[in-house]
Design a protein. Structure first.
Length: 509
């Protein structure tokens, strides 16, 4: 399959259609302007930096219209953009950059000290900043202005051609660069169009960071492919999000933490969300009580599932299923096949049997950047081994139980923290909850709950344990409870289990 430059085609067909609205800079960018600015960036890289197809260009910046221009500029030239997680520390970023071996670096002016230090540490002479240039650092706007402005149309790309790299969070060791191909982007966009019905008249509220597959592909890239408008939020802001959901956006995708923060907003009960025609969520298990809280307002959140390695969408419920089966991720989307297998034997399991989720289809990554060992380990007979525990019911709708690595064994029984967290979250006064396994001399491991309360709430550890024992098998109830101001989350909005295990893995804490 060959993939065209859909940005250039839209610029030719409806040049004045608004492609992007940068909510931080207040800039509105039409498809003609987006295509021109992406072309200028590609021309600068080619003419001034001598960047060749396949060279890597690392970008450290907040979400913005500039970021999208750079992404599509790299696409036009055939350079591979490396999207850096700005929440990482300099040593972590340095390790990623060393692995990617880029030819150039661009950073947002808000990351001036880190960007410059990273360029120095990695010996990168080709450098650019989105703000005012300093010394030998090129300025983004000046660089674009110095180019001809002639449209550069990307040659038709093959399915397997790499567009950009996204590095995993490194929860299982050294971060891995996940290859993101044009075929993955195309397949994900088609899956999104079929599942959500994306159209040119839509306005997507884009609140997730662009160093994450959710930010780029749920649904910014699909919206550009369909010719719609994306409202880009530099960083999630609950007040601004509430305002836009009531007055402008028609499509919303968030992670559970974002929906939680919105539900706790002072105006949530009275808010009118009738403009938004599709709500979706993914990235981590979402508490049933939170879904029901939105249902009570007439809002159906279509819960889904995906991974950086899957482009990301592989499951997404329709509204009828989301209302009828609260908690399911539904059936695999059009171009994905799913299977649940016994983790030890790899034998397929039947309905309501828990096992590891395997996936295959054209939207999956071909592998990891310069890491054939990790690539080989990730796949078994053409199936991606997700490491997630799942099951499907008699109707074929899937449920994600938890990450296999987060599971712990108490008295010989498997305990999936997400199930326990969901129960704790049902308690009045609980704002957030996470559960980890800690050592126990009698049972091997037992649960420890890390709980954040709503302002003014009074909840005791004994009440948390009693609440769980009344609703779960005894071995699933946590034995220890610790209260914190806020539960640690990673850049994707997921509970940061590695950090929580480091902080609270000692039973005495």
């Amino acid at each position: 399959m060959l993939i065209p430059d859909w940005l250039a085609k839209h610029a030719a067909q409806f040049p004045q259609q608004v492609a992007l609205v940068d909510l931080h800079s207040k800039r509105s960018v039409s498809y003609a302007q987006l295509n021109e600015r992406a072309s200028r960036f590609a021309e600068f890289m080619r003419e001034r930096w001598q960047i060749q197809p396949g060279d890597r260009v690392v970008v450290l910046a907040h979400s913005s219209s500039d970021y999208v221009e750079m992404l599509y500029g790299c696409g036009k030239l055939g350079a591979i953009m490396v999207c850096l997680n700005w929440r990482l520390a300099l040593p972590e970023l340095s390790g990623i950059v060393a692995d990617a071996e880029p030819a150039a670096i661009v950073w947002g002016e808000e990351f001036e000290p880190t960007g410059a230090a990273l360029a120095d540490a990695c010996g990168l002479a080709r450098r650019m900043v989105t703000g005012v240039p300093r010394g030998n650092v090129a300025g983004y706007e000046a660089a674009l202005a110095a180019m001809s402005g002639a449209s550069i149309e990307m040659p038709w790309r093959k399915h397997e051609d790499v567009w950009y790299l996204l590095y995993t969070a490194g929860t299982t060791g050294k971060p891995k660069g996940v290859l993101q191909t044009w075929g993955m982007a195309f397949t994900n966009a088609v899956n999104g169009m079929l599942a959500v019905g994306l159209q040119r008249e839509d306005k997507l509220l884009s609140v997730l960071p662009y160093f994450h597959t959710g930010g780029l592909n749920l649904y910014m890239n699909p919206m550009i492919m369909v010719g719609g408008t994306t409202l880009i939020m530099r960083q999630f802001d609950v007040d601004q999000t509430m305002e836009l959901l009531e007055n402008e956006a028609t499509i919303m995708f968030g992670v559970p933490a974002i929906y939680l923060f919105l539900s706790q907003h002072r105006r949530f009960a009275s808010a009118n969300f009738s403009r938004v025609r599709n709500w979706a969520c993914g990235g981590a298990p979402i508490p049933r009580t939170l879904l029901e809280q939105y249902l009570a307002k007439g809002v159906t959140i279509c819960f889904g599932f995906g991974m950086t390695e899957t482009g990301p969408t592989v499951f997404l419920t329709d509204e009828a299923t989301a209302r009828r089966k609260v908690g399911t991720v539904g059936k695999p989307v059009m171009y994905v096949e799913g299977r649940v297998v016994d983790s030890a034997t790899r034998e397929p399991l039947g309905a309501n049997q828990r096992g590891e989720l395997l996936l295959r289809g054209p939207g999956l990554t071909p592998g990891y950047w310069r890491n054939p060992e990790a690539t080989a380990k990730a796949y078994a007979d053409g199936w991606l081994c997700t490491g997630d525990i799942a099951y499907f019911d008699e109707e074929g709708d899937y449920y994600i139980v938890d990450r296999s690595k987060d599971m712990y064994i108490s008295g010989g029984e498997n305990v999936y923290p997400a199930e326990v967290e969901n129960v704790i979250f049902q308690m009045e006064g609980v704002a957030e909850a996470a559960v980890i396994g800690v050592h126990d001399g009698k049972w091997g491991e037992v649960g420890k709950a890390i709980v954040a309360l709503k302002p003014g709430a009074q909840v005791t550890a004994e009440q948390v344990i009693a609440h769980c024992k009344a609703r779960l098998a005894g071995f699933k109830a946590p034995k220890h409870v610790v209260f914190v101001p806020a539960v640690a989350r990673n850049a994707a909005g997921k509970l940061d289990k590695p950090t929580l295990r480091r902080q609270f893995g000692d039973v005495a804490q």
